[in-house]
Ligand binder design. Structure first.
Ligand SMILES: Cc1ncc(COP(=O)(O)O)c(C=O)c1O
Length: 369
């Protein structure tokens, strides 16, 4: 069975973890500091990196540290993993969904501008599947309306845009290192930012609100949670980071192979591409209704041919939680179409071009009924 994703783990990764396990210090310590510095160096652009135990924690912490709360509105794409909007609810603010482009699955400035109100305080673009959002118009909009521009780059470690790494533009940018992601720490996340005052607040929020003076005395001036990354995970991250560019080159090669070899069928829509794409996922759209089938039956037919698939994602505004905010079917046609038609095909660095051929052949068979 070819799964839709699989982490790429090596003996070096195992050795790195074992070393920390045997070192006598396994929670947050020197490996986290080294991982943060290595990530900052990797991103370039003079940013500081603050590690967290997940991207969800990282996003929550940035919203809290930026004073986003009750009465505030935060713009979020209707197409993303639910964490992108859940963190807004957790901060006590209101998520305001905006439709995405059908092909890139990303936000654009025009749609965002139309959703702004006097209560808008922040904007969370998501670099979907590793394809960068067009940032310059969003940055202009954020500056003009004094909005926090918080990049959800959970799926975009290693993505490049306008000649730079996503995460190096200065806006707080959150990454995920969940096992599905292009670099994994098992669970983990990070914020990259050029705002040193924000870094100090994030460091407090991620560890109980604790602050220490020069004598080492402890004070808790503000609330904080428990969101720190252990050294065991950071050691895995350091080991993975050394191979990230190689992983992403392989992903790109496999994605290009897919784009060349996917069956040309009117019901199959390939994903948008782009030069800095890190190809976290390869998500096609399939018009199941035109084929007289359902996604579940289509997935089952591929599974019978030993091909695993995923669904990323149902449109968020149609989840029960968000219906309470008044959202309903028909609000965001592109996100809904993607939600109904999306299918994630296998893509991970351990695959070979022959695996892509196998997926394409199985797709052709299933598409032809
Ligand atoms: C777009 C997006 N945002 C946030 C998250 C949350 O990441 P984590 O699992 O590290 O909390 C994910 C995870 O898949 C994601 O895809």
């Amino acid at each position: 069975m070819l799964p839709f994703t699989r982490p790429t783990l090596s003996e070096e990764d195992e050795q790195a973890v074992l070393e920390v396990l045997r070192s006598g210090w396994i929670t947050t310590g020197p490996k986290v500091a080294a991982f943060e510095q290595a990530l900052a160096d990797y991103l370039g652009g003079g940013v500081t990196v603050c590690a967290f135990n997940s991207a969800t924690s990282a996003l929550e912490a940035v919203l809290l540290a930026s004073g986003i709360g009750p009465g505030d509105e935060v713009i979020v794409p209707a197409m993303s993993f639910t964490a992108s909007a859940n963190v807004v609810v957790r901060a006590g603010a209101r998520p305001v969904f905006v439709d995405v482009d059908l092909d890139s699955r990303n936000l654009d400035a025009e749609r965002v501008e139309a959703a702004l109100t006097p209560r808008s305080r922040a904007l969370i673009p998501v670099h979907f599947a590793g394809l960068a959002v067009e940032m310059a118009p969003l940055r202009d909009l954020a500056e003009h309306h004094r909005l926090l521009l918080l990049e959800d780059a959970a799926q975009a470690i290693g993505t490049r845009h306008a000649g730079r790494a996503i995460g190096s533009f200065g806006n707080p940018t959150c990454f995920s290192f969940h096992p599905n992601k292009n670099l994994t720490t098992i669970e983990g996340g990070a914020v990259a930012t050029n705002d040193s005052a924000l870094v100090r607040r994030l460091e407090r929020i991620r560890f109980h609100g604790i602050e220490r003076n020069a004598d080492g005395d402890m004070n808790v001036p503000l609330w904080g949670g428990k969101m720190n990354l252990p050294d065991v995970n950071a050691a895995l991250g350091l080991s993975q980071l050394a191979r990230l560019d190689a992983f992403n080159r392989k992903r790109r090669k496999l994605a290009e192979h897919y784009l060349e070899r996917l069956p040309r069928h009117p019901a199959l829509h390939p994903p948008a591409s782009g030069p800095g794409h890190s190809w976290h996922m390869f998500c096609v759209r399939i018009d199941y209704a035109a084929l007289g089938t359902t996604r579940a039956a289509f997935q089952q037919a591929l599974a019978e041919r030993d091909i695993g698939t995923g669904v990323h994602y149902p449109a968020m505004h149609l989840f029960g939680l968000y219906r309470h905010y008044g959202y309903a079917p028909g609000d965001f046609p592109n996100a809904e179409r993607i939600g109904e038609q999306t299918l994630t095909l296998p893509l991970f660095p351990g695959m070979e071009p022959d695996d892509v051929e196998r997926v394409c052949a199985a797709l052709a068979e299933v598409l032809d009924g």
